[in-house]
Design a protein around this ligand. Sequence first.
Ligand code: MG
Length: 319
Amino acid sequence: MTAVPQLTIKWAGNEYQIEGLETHQTVYDLKVKIMEKTGVKPERQKLLNLKMKGKPADEKAELGALALKPNFKIMMMGSLEQTIQETQTKPENLPEVLNDFDIDEEEIAIENREDYLQKIEKRVRDYEVKVIAGPREGKKLLVLDIDYTLFDHRSVAECGNELMRPFLHEFLETAYEYYDICIWSATNMVWIEEKMKLLGCTINPNYKLAFYLDSRAMISISTPKYGLIDVKPLGVIWGKYPQYSQKNTIMFDDLRRNFSMNPQSGLKIRPFREAHKNRGTDRELVGLSKYITLIAKLDDLSNLRHSRWEKYIETHQQQ
Ligand code: MG
């Protein structure tokens, strides 16, 4: 008998170690182990990146056949019975999801210091962007964060649609007319690909995503207030694709610190959290569709103050 290496289950923002399984045991046995740790019943678990020959692994598949590497992280979706009941009866009773990753929303002024520019140059040289449909001629660039921007990654659910920000596809369809769409998330490429698939963004006939960047394209900068933080410098994209610049790029993120290197180009989106509670009321992407459509006419976006996007719509909509 051979032991399966220790595995990590990532679910609703937490990680659980799973060990003590053997290669002749099945995916179902793994799900039972996961239930012991998380309380989620096997039939309610969806193990997103557990694949066999490129397809989701069947519950009857033997773990030995999956060639699992030590500490392989499995991304799980799944609801607790209790949570499902609470959601169905009293959505307001869902516990407040704490976001331990947000530090503050205060703007952080960062000089374009020489050492940061060197780090950016290094990313331009060494980092490989994951090209999906690629750039098109004459389009502006929209850079989007995933977690809490397009998707509530901390709530529990059985399918991506439950956690998707309302009007996401309509928004992307509008954006696609004027902008190449880049996804930049502070996770790794596997998660990004899985999440975009889960949200149905890879097969929508009305738009195509241009390319993805992950955490490896980020750089660390030092700030007086927060110490060392990782940020998403647009210079990496601008270095790779000279057709984009401060004049035609806009970036959405729920964390302002992510655009510390490019405060001018960043728009701080209201975070989409507690999907079950807020799914019916969140209209952020409806308003932002209007905004990006209105500003798409401009030759230069660098004079705009994106924090006033709602005001901009009010004053320009009638014209
Ligand atoms: Mg985010």
